[in-house]
Design a protein around this ligand. Structure first.
Ligand SMILES: *Cc1c(COP(=O)(O)O)cnc(C)c1O
Length: 239
């Protein structure tokens, strides 16, 4: 792809990076305090490789099986975060492939991840997924359940609870999502103040293509961006 095409991957990434910088500055934050996670679901490996060459370092995948081939083809220095719904029987494979699991949503998954991480001798970073909109169609623990889950996962020696993740409801007016982001930040702050062992609570994964600037204003440290980086996905995928 020629780099001077208006909608080249290079342009898209530059535009997203600039928007991240501007939003961070507006919130009095450094742009280094916000990391881009490029979401690769349905994106061909060639294009992901191109993003890597353009300086993207963290990738997010929803499907363990699809991640296998992609991870295999990217340089080993690439970081992969799992952002989909994780079945316990995929825990072992997920621990081998991903440096962070962003979707810890139930105690039994924490137990499976601990077994898998211990077996492979790694310390696994996880985020607790919170269903801020209490939507039946989305996974994630309740805000009340997040504390219990942090406590349980933090006690496992091979798991480090780095923070919280949320996929709030979609609003045509992105500004309406702000209370969800704010609630997630407050929840993380409250759990961090408990000083639980194994619980750092310094990461907030929130914000997607339509609302990442608002998420950054509300404290996001990881923004998960698919469409704005790679363009429209061919089919609507269920998250
Ligand atoms: C697809 C997906 C994203 C990215 O969504 P875009 O709107 O394309 O930026 C972020 N987070 C999760 C969990 C997703 O499944």
């Amino acid at each position: 792809m020629a780099s001077d095409e208006p909608d080249s991957l290079k342009d898209r990434i530059a535009r997203v990076r600039r928007a991240i910088e501007v939003a961070a500055a507006r919130a009095g934050r450094t742009s280094e305090s916000v990391r881009l996670v490029a979401v690769t679901k349905t994106v061909p490996t060639e294009r992901i490789l191109e993003a890597w060459q353009l300086g993207v370092r963290i990738f997010g995948e929803n499907y363990v099986q699809q991640a296998l081939t992609k991870i295999d083809r990217l340089p080993r220095e690439a970081q992969w975060h799992f952002i989909g719904h994780l079945q316990s029987n995929k825990a072992k494979l997920a621990v081998e492939l991903f440096s962070m699991i962003q979707c810890l949503d139930r105690p039994s998954l924490a137990d499976s991840l601990e077994r898998a991480a211990r077996a492979s001798g790694t310390r696994l970073d996880v985020l607790i997924q919170v269903n801020t909109g209490a939507e039946g169609s989305k996974s994630g623990t309740t805000p009340e359940g997040a504390e219990d889950l942090a406590r349980r996962a933090g006690e496992w020696p091979s798991i480090r609870v780095k923070g919280l993740m949320a996929i709030p409801p979609y609003f045509a007016d992105a500004e309406q999502v702000r209370p969800h982001f704010r609630a997630l930040r407050h929840l993380a702050h409250r759990i961090r103040s408990l000083g639980l062992p194994g619980v750092e609570m310094t990461e907030l994964s929130m914000g997607m293509s339509s609302d990442f600037e608002i998420a950054i204003e509300e404290g996001a440290t990881l923004v998960r961006i698919g469409t704005a980086v790679f363009g429209d996905r061919p089919v609507k995928t269920v998250v």
